[in-house]
Unconditional design. Structure first.
Lengths: 242, 290
């Protein structure tokens, strides 16, 4: 491994391509933690936004009019405003209200997770709702007539079908969410963009780090898109869609 | 698309699923979600604004000026910021559209290297987050250039404009490619039989038909871009969001936050709402039954 690091040191001496994130142990650690933070942030937000989506879709199908109205306005607010404004609203608006004795109660990482999850969740509610609506009642009735309980019918028949129908739209949204995690930079969450800006201001290698950053995001998003599309094709409902 | 789906093997799936699938495919070719602004959103924003003013008024000291006076005092400055937002959005859209159309037509070129290169460029810029592209242009473009001994300064808002033009270019490229491919191949064949060559066919027959199909996603992209110009505040351009934050810190009254932010959002809403409505109308008018 040392050989590889030394090669990058040599590359800097020979060509001026200063990749400190490889040969400098401190920068390597910083960049790796930034990359890991982006992955963690994306993963946590994906899971949380899907939970919000399922719960929201369930509420929208419920009998309580007040709850339905609240979810409706939640979707409208988060769909039609820029995510940056949402982030500022949570961090500066709600964050200022929730200050405890020893500093803020909720850290900036948590605010980023909350804000981004609600942003993506608003789209997920509509996606899951359309997915569940697409499964006809007769399918549920058929499952019940075969002796499934209501819960079993939902878990084993309706939801798998709904999920398969929802997946293409869900993929678009989740890919968009991963791209939106860069906004966490604005509230100083140490994700990939933020640590890169620290590195380039310390090491003065702006062009090199910019290209590294661009390639990293391209690969990250590209891999996600590729895997999701493969999965989408693998579980697609035969004969449905394009 | 829908024609194929009507004769589906699996007729049990209800129209909600079809609509979702169509929206997902459209989103994939547009590269952005569709804004669906309604009049009620404006009223809700206005409500939030009134509420924010009420909160600020209730929290303020008796001797401090009223909240509406404070807002009015800052309005000329915020308006100057808004002009920057509009300028950035106009120019970025213009540059992005022209380059994007070329890239889009390069994507259907008959020469494999051109086609593959354009495909790669399109997807590279579509997969990169907008903010990263903005940083890229902000930090890598020089602050001035010398042409024949004349030094031309490049202000930071110009760099931000170029940074936002890159993702617009990639999205327009994909919209154009999708539009060209949505034209039935019989059009190409008919033009070929009338002795049009490829370039003539593209410019005189295919492209005019594409404009109708490209207009709704293009306008939607413009509305999204206008809202995305607030990203320039992160890199320190003096646009409306940056100035709002400065005004807030100058006033140093915590209760003002909701009032100011909803005020800014109202400005953007008033500008984007007609565009979004018009997009919906155009789309309904140009809807193609296949």
């Amino acid at each position: 491994m040392q050989l590889v690091w030394d090669w990058f040191r040599w590359l800097n001496d020979a060509t001026g391509i200063n990749l400190t994130i490889f040969y400098d142990a401190f920068d390597r650690g910083r960049f790796a933690s930034g990359f890991w933070m982006t992955v963690k942030l994306s993963a946590v937000c994906i899971v949380a936004s899907m939970v919000i989506g399922v719960v929201g879709a369930w509420i929208q199908g419920s009998r309580f009019r007040v709850a339905r109205t609240i979810v409706y306005w939640y979707i409208q607010a988060f769909r039609n405003t820029p995510p940056l404004v949402q982030l500022y609203f949570f961090y500066f608006g709600l964050g200022a209200l929730l200050t405890g004795v020893g500093g803020p109660l909720v850290t900036n990482v948590m605010w980023a997770i909350v804000s981004l999850s609600f942003f993506a969740g608003a789209f997920n509610v509509e996606i899951f709702r359309a997915g569940v609506e697409a499964v006809p009642r007769t399918t549920l009735e058929a499952a019940e007539s075969l002796g499934f309980s209501r819960l079993q019918a939902y878990v084993r028949v309706v939801l798998p079908l709904a999920f398969r129908i929802s997946l293409p739209a869900l993929n678009n949204n989740l890919v968009n969410l991963v791209k939106t995690t860069t906004l966490a930079y604005a509230i100083a969450v140490p994700e990939m963009l933020y640590v890169s800006s620290q590195i380039w201001s310390d090491e003065l290698n702006v062009p090199v780090m910019m290209n590294v950053l661009l390639v990293c995001y391209f690969v990250l998003v590209g891999v996600l898109v590729y895997l999701m599309h493969r999965w989408e094709r693998a579980i697609r409902v035969p004969g449905f869609g394009v | 698309m829908s024609g194929k789906a009507r004769g589906t093997v699996l007729p049990v799936i209800l129209p909600a699923g079809e609509r979702l699938a169509r929206a997902a495919m459209r989103e994939r070719s547009d590269g952005t979600h569709r804004l669906r602004l309604r009049g009620s959103h404006g009223w809700a924003l206005l409500g939030a604004f009134v509420l924010g003013c009420g909160i600020a008024q209730a929290q303020s000291q008796p001797e401090s000026p009223s909240i509406l006076d404070t807002l009015w005092k800052w309005t000329p400055l915020l308006a100057r910021g808004f002009v920057f937002n509009l300028a950035i959005s106009f120019i970025a859209m213009a540059i992005g559209t022209v380059t994007g159309l070329f890239l889009g037509f390069a994507q259907i070129s008959l020469l494999p290297p051109v086609r593959k290169g354009a495909w790669f460029a399109t997807h590279f810029f579509r997969n990169a987050p907008w903010l990263v592209l903005l940083f890229y242009c902000m930090f890598l473009l020089p602050f001035q250039v010398s042409v024949l001994g004349v030094t031309i300064p490049i202000p930071d808002w110009t760099k931000a404009t170029l940074g936002l033009a890159l993702p617009v270019m990639a999205n327009v490229s994909e919209i154009a490619r999708g539009a060209v491919q949505s034209i039935p191949t019989t059009q190409w064949e008919a033009a070929g039989s009338l002795a049009f060559n490829r370039r003539q066919t593209l410019w005189m027959i295919i492209f005019p038909q594409c404009i109708k199909r490209m207009l709704p996603p293009w306008m939607n992209l413009y509305a999204i871009l206008t809202m995305a110009t607030v990203l320039a505040s992160i890199v320190g351009v003096n646009e409306m969001m940056t100035l709002t934050q400065r005004a807030l810190s100058a006033e140093n009254r915590p209760g003002l936050l909701l009032a100011f932010y909803s005020y800014v959002l109202l400005w953007f809403f008033v500008y984007c709402y007609p565009i979004a409505r018009w997009t919906v109308r155009l789309e309904a008018r140009y809807a193609v039954d296949q």
